[in-house]
Write a protein that binds this ligand. Structure first.
Ligand SMILES: [Zn+2]
Length: 102
């Protein structure tokens, strides 16, 4: 478990950006596009990353599963960098709904 935590903590915003894998890194949509720019399907939804920004960080197609930028590449990496120091206890995550809210 420590290995996984350490791996997550050491990832830069750019590394996480590369792992998500945006095909077109110059194309971005501040508003959710009607159609997926990759397959044309009408099933794009926003993906939120805890600690990155308010609201969704990027769009994902429910059909082809490709990720599409909401913000510019530079801005997306800046948002992802905010999550570097974030600590999430993955061991408690499956039972977190049983606890009282903070
Ligand atoms: Zn698609």
């Amino acid at each position: 478990m420590d290995g996984i935590k350490e791996q997550y903590h050491s990832q830069t915003g750019e590394e996480v950006f590369d792992r998500i894998g945006f095909i077109d890194q110059s194309l971005y949509f501040l508003e959710r596009p009607e159609e997926c720019p990759h397959c044309g399907h009408h099933s794009l939804h926003g993906i939120e990353i805890i600690g990155a920004c308010i609201g969704s960080l990027y769009w994902e197609c429910g059909h082809c599963l490709e990720a599409t930028l909401k913000y510019s590449k530079k801005q997306t990496i800046r948002y992802l960098d905010r999550t570097r120091k974030l600590y999430i206890n993955l061991e408690n995550l499956p039972t977190i709904w049983q606890e009282l809210p903070n």
